[in-house]
Design a protein around this ligand. Structure first.
Ligand code: ZN
Length: 492
């Protein structure tokens, strides 16, 4: 048995908590068999840091640990309410009271400061030492208040206020996401679904769309990069590509609906740690999905959890055949965003390109996967003032992961290591070996895209090449800067 297990049980730490051991001088030391014995005069200090950030909705997990399944209770209550409503014609006060209690309990669970399964009992924030890398401990999941505030704002706005100019602007890759707050973004997403005629073609009820978007918003976490604004950018780029390439006249409406919905859902409940981390740290997700695209599988599963509830099911008026086709399509698209499958998908697409046929299902599927891949990593195709802050966000998330990996003794990906990566070094290889080759294949099929997405990416490459030279002149001795491996590109 590992020494760390002994420490773990002595500290009553949960399976996902991180143990940190300090020597009398206050330095972190390794928990290993070679530890010097200590004495009352030279105490080691043991600290438990909650690290279970890979869990399902917090409420469900904590509740599960307490032998209390909140969502099943909610479901039973809903069923009960329906029955009573049917029999009595109105919801009795006692049911309303119970609903309030369930809400109260959910809120309590969701606002628990620590994600430890002991979070209810043990205040881990005690003590003078506040670990900095664990920024997500308090704020990973959105709080109910946060969501409610945004919900109120959206309800005050009406999509009618969106000007024609903005509607047109929304169809171009030059759109600036940083000018819009989350409530406005939600309205813009509604506009996209409306202007593609999804509302009428698929009989999507406005309340269902609104509910759906709220749930999506709620299930994107407060992390630097893979957050709700990233969801918006990817969806907006997809939307732009649809208009620029006149896809409405080349694919069926249902294919467009699949692509847009996939884009909206493609990073749901991302916790800011990539698949390599999930697998190396043997997280809950890696276990559940046997190391096979754990994150993408999870994003997709969360999407269908949202669609499972009637009030947020935008597909509720579709036939079961249509639903089946949409489900298959969304799964295919979201799973295609795992960058470890990049070469596989790109090579297949290349092989069908010479005789591309928009009515061939295999060809169409590949095109849809390529489109979501392009949208997902399209930041550098945006104007520099939009793109560059995104790179800062991405590096922040990467550095956080590598910090945690170092603390936990896990392998550190070189392209995430703050000691090895600079802004330009992170982008140059990525643009050359991943972005441009991908974008150029899409532009082979749609030559009009050249000016819209290839030219800006080339400009970005020049920009970062210049920045790299400038940095080299500044610190000629830091030769340790390494380029990211092209096979392990940046985002998903
Ligand atoms: Zn993404």
């Amino acid at each position: 048995p590992a020494v760390s297990d002994l420490f773990r049980s002595a500290a009553e730490a949960g399976p996902h908590d991180i143990l940190k051991l300090y020597n009398p001088k206050g330095n972190i030391i390794n928990i290993c068999p070679g530890l010097e014995p200590n004495s009352p005069a030279s105490c080691y200090r043991l600290e438990v840091v909650a690290a279970d950030c890979n869990s399902e909705p917090l409420g469900a997990e904590l509740a599960g640990a307490l032998g209390f399944n909140l969502s099943s209770m909610e479901k039973r209550l809903q069923g009960l309410e329906k029955k009573v409503l049917f029999a009595a014609g109105e919801t009795p006060a006692v049911v309303l009271e119970m609903k309030k209690q369930v809400d109260w309990f959910r809120e309590k669970l969701e606002s628990v400061e620590h994600l430890s399964w002991l979070g209810f009992y043990k205040d881990l924030s005690e003590g003078p030492h506040q670990p900095s890398p664990f920024y997500h401990k308090r704020s990973l999941h959105k709080t109910r208040e946060e969501v409610e505030r945004v919900r109120e704002k959206v309800l005050q706005m009406s999509s009618l206020e969106v000007s024609e100019e903005l509607r047109q602007n929304l169809k171009t890759p030059t759109f600036d996401n940083w000018q819009w707050e989350d409530a406005e973004i939600m309205v813009l997403l509604q506009v996209m679904f409306t202007d593609l005629d999804f509302i009428s073609s698929f009989n999507i009820e406005p309340e269902a769309l609104q509910h759906f978007l709220f749930e999506v918003y709620r299930r994107y976490n407060n992390i630097p990069f893979h957050n709700f604004k990233h969801c918006f950018c990817v969806t907006q780029m997809m939307y732009g590509l649809i208009w620029l390439t006149d896809l409405r006249n080349k694919l069926e409406d249902i294919d467009l609906l699949i692509m847009m919905t996939s884009a909206v859902c493609h990073d749901l409940d991302h916790t800011g740690y990539n698949n390599a981390y999930q697998i190396n740290a043997r997280t809950e997700l890696a276990l559940r999905y046997n190391d096979i695209s754990p994150l993408e599988n999870h994003h997709c599963a969360v999407a269908f959890q949202i669609l499972q509830r009637r009030e947020s099911n935008i597909f509720r008026n579709l036939s079961s055949d249509q639903y089946k086709r949409i489900r298959e399509g969304i799964i295919k698209c979201i799973l295609a965003t795992d960058m470890t499958r990049h070469n596989e998908i790109l090579n297949k697409f290349k092989s069908v390109l010479p005789a591309f046929d928009f009515t061939n299902k295999e060809h169409k599927d590949l095109l849809m996967m390529i489109l979501i891949k392009v949208s997902d990593i399209s930041n550098e195709a945006r104007p520099m003032e939009v793109a560059e802050p995104w790179l800062d966000c991405l590096l922040q998330e990467f550095f956080n992961q590598s910090d945690v990996e170092k603390l936990e003794g896990l392998p550190v990906s070189p392209f995430m290591d703050r000691d090895k990566v600079t802004k330009p070094s992170s982008q140059i290889g990525f643009i050359r070996f991943v972005l441009l080759p991908l974008f150029m294949e899409l532009a082979n099929l749609f030559p009009c895209l050249e000016q819209h997405i290839i030219d800006p990416v080339r400009k970005a490459l020049d920009y970062y090449t210049e920045m790299d030279k400038a940095l080299g002149r500044q610190q000629p001795k830091t030769a340790a800067r390494t380029r990211p491996e092209p096979s392990k590109p940046e985002t998903s």
